[in-house]
Design a protein around this ligand. Sequence first.
Ligand code: DLZ
Length: 166
Amino acid sequence: MATKNLSDYDLSSVPSAKAMKFGIVVSEWNYQITGALAQGAFDTLVKHGALEENIIVKHVPGSFELTLGGQFLAEYTDVDAILLLGCVIQGETRHFDFICQGVTQGATQLNLDYSLPVIFGVLTTDNEQQAIDRAGGKLGNKGDEAAVTAIKMVALQKSLEGEIEE
Ligand code: DLZ
């Protein structure tokens, strides 16, 4: 099965992000990968109209801490959406499973507890090459995908709240 290029999307399907505020939480673990995810997400938000001053970027030690970092942003800022960006690479122990499970459940919980789009931009790969391929490599950038998803979810929420036309 061909793997989707994470940076391929229909430009015309993405609403303007001009009036939106975003928080990006980036894991420092595997930073050569997550830094590229963050750059991709930031650039894509700006490309769709977000103002740089309306994008807050914060770092946490590892992917396991992404959800608490996201909760801090939800509690202490007025962002419209939060992007959680991390990279968990399968090792020899079961740590991979526990971290992936923790961040997945944590992200889901944040979405529902705060009624706020919290985007799961975490690469979970068997090896480093698979991560490189998805962090600006031959399969695009997971950060781009997370940014587009965030914009679309904010637009959906605002349209239902009556703030913008869909
Ligand atoms: C400990 C750990 C390991 C083994 N692997 C990763 C990883 O591949 N990606 C990642 O983002 N974080 C990893 N961590 C760190 C945990 O996410 C977390 O920071 C520590 O367990 C401390 O809570």
